[in-house]
Design a protein around this ligand. Sequence first.
Ligand code: ADP
Length: 522
Amino acid sequence: MKQLKSRTGVALGCALLFAAYFVTARQGLLLGAVAGFATLVWPPTGIALAALWVFGSRLWPGVFAGALCVNLVAGAPLPAALGIAAGNTLEAVAGVWVLGRAGFQTQLDRVEDVVALIIGPAICSTALSASIGVASLRLARIVSSSATVPALQAWWIGDMVGDLVVAPLLFVFLGRQPLRGRRWIRAEVFLLACALVALGLLVFGNAFGGSISLRRHPYMLFPLLAWAALRFGQYGAVTSVFLVCGIAVTGTAMGFGPFAHPTLAESLLDLQAFTSVAAGTTLVLGAAIAERNRAVSARDEFLSIASHELRTPFTALSLQVQALIRRLRRPEGIPSRDELLVDLETANRLLARVARMIDELLEVSRVAAGRFQLQREEMDLAQSVRESLARFEKQLASAGCRVELRLEGKVTGHWDPVRLDQVIDNLISNAAKYGAGKPVEVWLSDRGEWVVLGIRDYGIGIDPADQSRVFGQFERAVSHRRFGGFGLGLWITRRVVEAHGGTISLTSEPGHGSTFTVELPR
Ligand code: ADP
């Protein structure tokens, strides 16, 4: 989804956001608002957060105007309405800012994204809006001192539910994550929806005119919410939470269900506390399921790539050996010493390739468990780089990559030479592999307490969307048909650099090459 940039786009976005905000806010204010303004049902918070995140914070005037108008229409004096509108706008902008800092992704398919949403916008930025809003009402003498705490509570929880029920629904559906089809999926969706509605009505409604005597425990809904998240991921989680919330609010507003108290505000306060917990739990479960599914498919893909990768050199090796045997059996005599040497060297290179792959695979469990110990000693990075270039001389030459090495100052330090060899080897072999036969530049420079190693190629480059991902385990940004590899080199490299207290960064442009910069403290 693109952020709106053009003036017309922003103006149109603001107008639509204003309309959505105004209409949903008006409905919310009609539902037992404390002191007429602090309501427990406030979907606009979620709409504003999702709209500003997806289409850009430039849509804030839509939030401001919507909040201002709806409060003026509800009878707030202008200064109070301005204060409330400022608080609501700040809530959305701050929520988006926190999500940005947390590296939030709209699909909510990582537990860290759900936790960021719960802690940032849902808990913290709503507290900001509640404080500013209730303070404005206090200054305008609309809320008495005894009603301050109930108003604060209502405002805060109402906004929180907006962020936990409405925003995730918009995030997931606007993110348009593909949903893997399977047999009987429609029938299962239908069954789940029927079960949710039936149980929702039994718990929160007056189903069958109350003729069924039932202990109306709201937690009876949890197995169905879990079913939705387990089988349909975040689509199931957000939709079922929204559905249950809708039924629960309607039933409670009509005076039914386990949360019905003498006043509507009291009833909704209890209900919305339950809704927040149910929504947060279901979203975390949905994200955990998505993570598990990704891990399982990454494992399956890895197994197929690994077997393919290991098979290729073995097939070549076996052909090489068969050819050698045939030559030795030739009636015209055995091959010369030089011919034999060429064949054996080729076989040896293939064996070395297999050994390197197996080493890389063995390294995974050690590095993942953080079980590698650095054996630090005084060393010269320039020496290691020269040796690595010598090791990859043949590979670089056959790829057609000419290497230029620049050395600025003294680049010695207290590091683990074996581990740093791995780092340099990975970066240089990648430059040869993805460098498209263009020159490769390697430089080392002395920056006082730090040493910098840079490797630049002019090859295929990496798409900006993949640039942080390629440092992950088994992550690749190329097809395995075109380039072999396990997607482990950069992951190991980063782990080793970070274990030394250093950093690795990447700048790259697709089609124009990549630069990896390693900074190491001495
Ligand atoms: P592998 O090369 O075995 O796939 P790495 O972890 O070394 O694994 O690299 C991960 C991915 O990063 C690669 O699959 C490739 O898509 C991308 N990549 C790494 N280095 C470069 C480079 N110099 N130029 C372009 N892409 C690169």
